[in-house]
Design a protein around this ligand. Structure first.
Ligand code: PEP
Ligand code: MG
Length: 316
């Protein structure tokens, strides 16, 4: 049955009653693009740009090198959407020349956008390179910042984008509970939200994503995490803006239906998951997804949330 579903899985992501949910790919660089295109990704929902910074532990890559890499990814999706995340250094992605070595809690220290605001030249070069890479291409470029905590962060990022002359939509990742709680305030500064559920789970449950002993709390079915997703999606809807998910949560086909029911407007995942998510989403109406989402949120544990969603979707 799974095979049959996959064989018929193609085209844009949508529920059975035609509610569109673009299915996008998470990529780490040009090497991942062909798999994304083959899986029928409607664009890139998370381009993790860290890979470019791994070659040299002493300095950032040159603007030219960055332009070349960004252009390769942008060219693969003519007329499509490409969401580029600016450098997310620190914590689980440390870089020698940027990440403070002496922090007691790196995940709570200078990482993500905080690093870039401390090193504005690194951000400026990256934004300028993105502007140049997109020049003359029909692609629909969106640029987002990791680890946005509040409106001040969102404004600082949007200002930097404008100063670099970037003609793109600017967005904020929701990875910190404060950002979900005050999503409407953040949306006064940026045009879209993207939920990074891996970090959002880490910070909601005070459970380090790199520590196996607390992995129970990293489960994206945790009802508290679903509540924060719902808050963010509702805020975006109220502001007439979009709110995608680009964390691991989006790659679980059943959870993808629940996220859709919570009001998430696009799902980005590793290319290999796209056909499964597409086939599953196509089996249910938006109303069914909404009922599954409500049932999952009413549960007390991640396990019960999954069972409750499954029961709704299988018509029990
Ligand atoms: C996330 O935190 O969910 C996310 C998409 O970003 P990363 O996994 O790269 O931190
Ligand atoms: Mg993250």
């Amino acid at each position: 049955e799974r095979k049959a579903a996959l064989a018929t899985s193609s085209g844009p992501g949508a529920t059975s009653d035609g509610h569109k949910v673009p299915l996008l790919a998470n990529v780490g660089g040009p090497a991942d693009v062909s798999a994304a295109v083959e899986a029928g990704a409607e664009g890139v929902g998370l381009f993790r740009t860290e890979f470019l910074f791994l070659d040299d532990s002493q300095k950032a890559p040159s603007e030219e090198k960055q332009v070349e890499a960004y252009r390769k990814v942008l060219e693969a999706f003519p007329e499509g959407r490409v969401v580029v995340r600016v450098l997310d250094a620190g914590a689980d992605k440390p870089l020698d020349f940027l990440t403070p070595a002496d922090e007691p809690n790196p995940a709570l220290g200078v990482r993500g956008l905080r690093t870039l605001l401390d090193h504005p030249e690194v951000l400026r070069t990256q934004l300028t390179a993105l502007a140049k890479a997109a020049e003359g291409l029909p692609v629909y470029l969106e640029v987002m910042a990791p680890m946005v905590a509040d409106r001040t962060d969102a404004k600082a990022f949007a200002d930097a984008c404008r100063e670099a002359g970037l003609r793109a939509k600017f967005g904020a990742m929701v990875e910190i509970p404060s950002a979900a709680l005050r999503a409407r305030s953040i949306l006064q500064e940026v045009e879209f939200l993207s939920l990074g559920t891996n970090d959002l789970a880490q910070y909601t449950f005070a459970a380090d994503r790199q520590v196996g002993a607390v992995s129970r709390l990293q489960d994206p079915w945790q009802p508290a995490l679903l509540d924060l997703v719902a808050l963010s999606a509702e805020a975006a809807k109220a502001e007439g803006k979009s709110c995608g998910v680009c964390g691991e949560a989006a790659s679980d086909p059943l959870l993808a239906c629940v996220l859709t029911g919570l009001g998430v407007t696009s799902l980005s995942m590793g290319a290999a998951s796209i056909p499964y998510v597409r086939a599953t989403l196509a089996k249910y109406t938006l109303a069914q997804c909404e009922r599954a989402a409500a049932a999952a949120r009413a549960a007390d544990t991640a396990h019960e949330a999954r069972l409750a969603a499954q029961a709704v979707l299988s018509g029990e």
